[in-house]
Structure formats: C-alpha cells, structure tokens
Write a protein that binds this ligand. Structure first.
Ligand code: GLA
Length: 355
C-alpha cells in the first residue's frame, strides 16, 4: 500500500476525545471524565533520513521537521508545530517520511492536536506506558502552542478504553474506566465557531487558578468555604468553578453507574452554567446550541466540552434519539486508546503503550 506515493512501513492511530464533564480542572490537578472517540488521526510512512516529512490533506504545505529542531513554536505551517513538538521531546534517531490523515474536525475542540502528537510519537518509535506517552504529548503541545494545557487530552487519547469514559485524577494520574450505559448515546455537536481567543484566554484562566491556589492552597482539596480567603472577585469565581466542577465529575460518574438520568442531566446542566458564569469560557453560539439541544426529545443534557470559546457541545441522549437535521453532529462511541497498527520503527520492542 502507498499513501501519497510512499510505501507505508509504519502506521499509527490515535483517537480524539470528548470530555463528558470536568473542564478546566486538569491544570490544577483536578478531576475530569473524558472518553477517547472513534474519530482519530493516522500517521503512515517509512523511516529513514534526518527529517520528519509528513504530507496531509489538513493543509497544502507539508510538515518538514529536522530531527534537531530547536523551537517547535517557530515552525510552519501551524499544524507542523505539533509534529515538531513531538520531535523535540522524543529526539528520534531516524526520520520518517509519510502522511497524516484524520477523521477529526481540526480545531473544533475534539483534541485533534493531541491525537496528532500521540500518533506521531508512536510512529516515531515511542516506547513506554500510556501515561508516559500522554506526558510526552502534553510537553509537545505546550512547546508547540505555548498553551499551559493540562494532561486530559493526551491521556484520553493514549489510555482510552472501548465502551468507557475515563475518570482521570490529575493529581495522582490514576485513570479509572467508567462503563457507559448501553441505552445512552454520546453526541458531539459542532458549533462551527473556531476557537480564536483560546490561547490567551486559556492562559488567563489558568493564571487565575494559580492565583487562587496561592491564597488557599490546592483547589483540588479546597471547599467552597475556603473561597472566603480569595479577595479578588473574578479569581474567586474561577476557583468556584474548579471546586464545584471537580465534585460534578464524581456526580456524573456515579449517575452513569446507577443509570440515574436526572442526576446525569443535573450535573451536565450545572457544569455548563458554571463554565458560562463563573469561568466565562462559553460563547453565545455555544449557549444557544446547548439551549436548543435541551429542548430536543430524547436529549438528557448538553454542555460545552473542552476549552470553550467555540468548538463543540457534548450531549447525552437516549440511543437513536432523532436529532435536528441542520446540526453538524457525530454520534460517537468510546474507543480504545492509541496504537501502532503496522510496523515497528525500532524493532519488535516498540509496540503498544503499556497500560
Ligand atoms: C484544553 C486543554 C486541556 C483541558 C481543556 C479544558 O482541551 O488542552 O488540558 O484543560 O482544555 O478542560
């Protein structure tokens, strides 16, 4: 088989993710409940040379990254920065020539960049656990984008479990698979709004969380009563979101276990309100979409998912619930994590990430 005319000796696949609840909690060691999805990114190619050269329908220009790349953030085109971030973190001894294809919408809040990082790392011969793979991807993302992101996206992509969401404790880095009820469907709806302000606004929100922690200690351990110790009103609201959102992760995880649809809806509805009012990362487009979905028969609840400022909404719906035709949506299923599908750049030892 050839892709863009090159033999495909190696093929790695990594899923995107949708977060069911627990947004803007990972960078303060909080709780999140994402799942890897059945949309993802495939990197195919063959090893050799002193550059990583990947072509993609994502954009007209290829990613051409020397193995000694110094500053991933200075590389162009934009998508090549994530490839460069991985090269800079992994420092493979040989290059790769091939292609990137994806079934994920790019830049829509479904972690297309994390999927790219994780797939590139596997294709370049990464060896280690799923957690180590995710940590490498997170460092690559930070270097490439300058965004002080948490570990949720890369860990969901690397450690996904079919049929399960993942309760991630971002302090201990423990991942607990939470089975999803058979009678429910996870639906991702694209607002069509791309995330223009995400970089500066994400850093601003992360800084507010750090400011709160400087006053009252780790938000992960804080209670609402502790908020009295935060003098700045805006910082207090940001911290309130994180404290209440951490609690909602366990509410939703428990409700998924017991099948209590009202509790699922309550947790997701409260999460969206908190992201809108306390964390201020929603937009009128996302709010309108959430409101519209709530009126649809068979939809339990909906909330923005991921960083916000555009991107997607996630909804829980009864299986097969008819949804409005005009929406751009994916009925996603929870997927297993990233894997090397073909080949082994370093020989038989370089295989799946260890669990
Ligand atoms: C982005 C970041 C994640 C996480 C989410 C919000 O996707 O990459 O680390 O902070 O936003 O939950």
């Amino acid at each position: 088989m050839t892709v863009f005319g090159v033999p495909t000796g190696i093929r790695a696949w990594a899923p995107g993710r949708v977060n069911l609840i627990g947004d803007h909690t990972d960078h303060t060691g909080g709780l999140a409940l994402p799942m890897a999805i059945d949309l993802g990114t495939t990197v195919s190619g063959h090893t050799g040379g002193a550059v990583v050269e990947l072509r993609s329908p994502i954009g007209p220009e290829p990613a051409i990254v020397p193995l000694d790349v110094d500053d991933p953030a200075a590389v162009s085109p934009g998508w090549a920065r994530y490839v460069a971030g991985v090269v800079a973190e992994l420092r493979p001894s040989v290059g790769l020539s091939g292609s990137v294809v994806t079934t994920l919408p790019v830049g829509a809040g479904l972690s297309s960049s994390a999927a790219l990082e994780v797939a590139v790392a596997l294709a370049l011969g990464f060896e280690g656990s799923a957690l180590e793979l995710a940590q490498l991807g997170q460092r690559a993302e930070r270097r490439a984008s300058g965004v002080p992101c948490g570990i949720m996206d890369q860990l969901a992509s690397a450690a996904g479990v079919a049929g399960h969401a993942l309760r991630i404790d971002c302090t201990t880095l423990e991942v607990r698979p939470v089975p999803l009820p058979d009678d429910l469907e996870v639906v991702v709806v694209d607002s069509g709004q791309r995330r223009a302000l995400a970089t500066s606004a994400y850093a601003d929100r992360a800084a507010a969380c750090q400011a709160a922690q400087a006053s009252i200690g780790p938000l992960r351990d804080a209670t609402l009563a502790d908020l009295a110790g935060v003098s700045d009103e805006v910082v207090r609201r940001r911290a309130r979101h994180v404290i209440t959102e951490n609690a909602r992760v366990d509410h939703l995880a428990e409700a998924l276990g017991s099948g209590d649809r009202q509790s699922m809806a309550d947790a997701m509805t409260a999460s969206h309100r908190s992201l809108r009012e306390d964390f201020e990362v929603s937009t009128p487009e996302l709010d309108a979409l959430v409101d519209q979905l709530r009126t649809v028969d068979g939809v339990l609840a909906a909330r923005l998912t991921g960083a916000g400022f555009g991107g997607c909404v996630v909804a829980l719906a009864g299986r097969g619930a008819p949804l409005p035709d005009e929406l751009t949506l994916w009925r996603v299923t929870a997927s297993a994590g990233a894997r090397l599908i073909v080949g082994s750049p370093k020989g038989p030892a370089a295989q799946q990430p260890r669990a």
